[in-house]
Design a protein around this ligand. Structure first.
Ligand SMILES: C[S@@+](CC[C@H](N)C(=O)[O-])C[C@H]1O[C@@H](n2cnc3c(N)ncnc32)[C@H](O)[C@@H]1O
Length: 277
């Protein structure tokens, strides 16, 4: 079993087995020791018991957008910024074996590569590149991608899940600008957290308390948040355009065909957007 950090384990515990559907991902998760996340998980559940629903919806929402694009562009390149140890790339490659995936993170990529090779047992060879790189440096990011075979002239889907909070607006949108095209033929899937005042009064405190707890655990100096006008402003700077947005309410409806926990658009605090660039 491979021991991982408490916060990485927390996200995987929140996601549970439900978050990742593929056989590959299930085999991969069996190899990880998540015990370092138990305490964090219990503390967050004390604040709001269904907190895991946020994470499961987020994972579902991101994959739903990925699927919606790849079903018409099955051999596209998929760049997962700050992929971490989460097995999203394994889910994608099992469902869309003609895609080419680039997992990028500042750490843990050699470990992830080794584990992927073990659980995939030779299938999907060279289908996922594991790149250790800082995404906040545009030149380094571009060079690392090119070195690993990314082709600027082929369709690319960029996934930014679980990273928008930890980098500044300029850092994130600079990274996105690497994928600009003349005809907006590339896509970005952006997952982000909304500001406190955009959440309904009854729910407002939940995310603040969970994040206060996490901010201490992660020793974060700031947390970046997004809302419609801000995304529009940054999109325009790099000639990108939002084409669809899903709130927690929308995603819950897609998952279950009804709304139970998220009955209004402002009852959740995570949103997922699909952009063209
Ligand atoms: C909360 S995890 C998200 C993992 C995964 N994307 C998910 O949603 O489950 C945040 C990840 O961002 C990575 N990260 C933070 N700053 C980064 C940077 N400047 N460049 C690349 N990765 C970074 C961390 O190493 C960590 O793996």
């Amino acid at each position: 079993m491979i021991h991982i950090s408490g916060t990485s384990a927390l996200v995987l515990l929140w996601g549970g087995k439900e978050a990742y559907k593929s056989k590959l991902a299930q085999k991969y998760l069996e190899q990880l020791d998540l015990s370092s996340g138990y305490e964090l998980y219990n503390e967050c559940s004390k604040i709001w018991e269904p907190y895991h629903a946020i994470l499961r919806n987020r994972k579902f929402g991101v994959f739903n957008f990925v699927e919606s694009i790849l079903k018409d562009n099955f051999d596209a390149q998929v760049v997962i910024l700050a992929a971490g140890i989460a097995p999203l790339s394994l889910d994608i490659i099992e469902r869309f074996p003609d895609a080419k995936i680039f997992d990028i993170d500042i750490e843990n990529m050699p470990m992830k590569k080794k584990l992927f090779e073990k659980v995939s047992d030779g299938s999907f060879e060279n289908k996922i590149e594991f790149i250790e790189s800082d995404i906040t440096n545009k030149d380094i990011l571009t060079e690392s991608l090119i070195q690993h075979g990314w082709d600027k002239n082929r369709n690319t889907i960029v996934i930014a899940e679980g990273i928008s909070y930890y980098v500044t607006e300029d850092e994130l949108w600079n990274a996105f600008s690497v994928f600009q095209t003349n005809d907006k033929s590339n896509f970005i899937i952006l997952e982000s957290r909304v500001p406190q005042e955009k959440v309904c009064v009854e729910r407002r405190d939940i995310q603040e308390r969970v994040w206060e707890y996490l901010t201490n655990a992660l020793t974060l100096k700031f947390v970046t948040r997004y809302y419609d006008e801000k995304v529009k402003e940054y999109s325009e700077k790099i000639n990108a355009e939002v084409i669809e947005k899903h709130t927690m309410k929308d995603i819950e409806m897609l998952r279950f065909g009804k709304n139970k926990i998220f009955t209004t658009d402002d009852s959740g605090w995570i949103e997922v957007r699909k952009l063209k660039i």
